[in-house]
Design a binder for this molecule. Sequence first.
Ligand code: PHE
Length: 456
Amino acid sequence: MAKTKMARENWGSKFGFILAAAGSAIGLGNIWKFPYIAGENGGAAFIFVYLICIAIIGLPVLIGEILLGRTTQRNPVGAFKKLSKSKFWISVGFLGVLAGFIILSFYVVIAGWSLGYIWEAISGSFYKFSPTYSSATHFNTLISNVAWNLGFTLGFLLLTMFFVFAGVQKGIEKGSKILMPLLFIILIILAIKGLTMNGSEKGISFLLNPKWRSLHGTSVLIALGHAFFTLSLGMGAMLTYGSYLRKDNNLFSSSTQIVFLDTLIALIAGIAIFTAVFATGQKTDVGPGLIFHTLPVVFTKMSGGYYFSILFFFLLTIAALTSAISLLEVVVSYFVDEKGWKRHNAVIVFGGVTFLIAMPSSLSFNVLSDLHFFGKTFFDLADFLASNIMLPLGGMLISIFIAWVWGFDKALVELKQGAENIFTDKPYIISAWKIFIKYFAPVLIFLVLLNSLGIL
Ligand code: PHE
């Protein structure tokens, strides 16, 4: 009997795909990063600009990325190989796989803190804070402890590997179907708690009343950069998830649902966090420390805070987990598709390699804190390189590829499958998508890139 190639895996249902993709999108970006960058950039004013970026760049590029995956049924490198012979475009796929690796290497460090903080919450550490032993001191003591840092990073990475190891349907899809509803329920509970606290209306007005003066030119670029990060765009995660889709999926409606869920969760997280922060009289513009410095104090000042703190860090860990899974899956799918590796071997090998590159990021907070490259610690460098350079660059090149290299004629033939009704009933949506991918996305992303490099 002739040996046939093992069939490529795919999603069991449309709902499973939506949850997995929303799981990739919803992560530390929504719950850790979004509230603090909104806090630093004028609250409602920033949110307004961010929503525009999501609508005119995020959504069109998301549709494009998933389309590339579904059309080629390949990982990012394989996808470009299938549609173009040019070495340049194939290297764009490599850039994605590499970005996935780099993001994963610092993502697991913060996710590890989150996992560690579940334990801090359970053990009641937040109640030890006093004027002489602040929440920030506590955090700094923990992250300067090498064993604590590396231990939780490894713990989180093993959780991630577990789901990817189990496969697309049995691991990623099944996991998302349990974790995502759980995440949603916990977030709703936290938002209700925040909204019912005395003084919560100040948090709401912060989120609703724009302070245009705090919105700077760079805020707009931060909003656009964040639109990319939060929707997992520009490095092939959505492309890879799209590659496990069958052709009958309506990409317009799926992508809109993913964007809707991602935005909704970021906004509810903002509500849950800012109502509680204002109600307990804490500051909003504290930057990245908002979650690990400020919130523990907030919890000690609210009734039932002990339980809410456990729920919160559990939520943050789940959100990070479903995103980390998608990052590891990009790397694994490349080795499975292109190099013929077995999934299990790829997960073990690249899970291990991720730990090795996560180590310097993790150690940036203690033994390697004085080691700087271009003025940044290893952690900051990995974050900057991936989030501010590789993702926007990848997103720009993907848009250019679809519009100018692969070409709309071919793209539309593919896009039509599963979305015939949009082509006949709402052709203006198709025209809008074309304009956004062809002009808006490349030009605006180029501006973000110049800003990241300090040129603009
Ligand atoms: N979207 C994720 C978040 O918001 C991060 C991520 C970026 C995941 C790129 C996958 C790919 O946290």
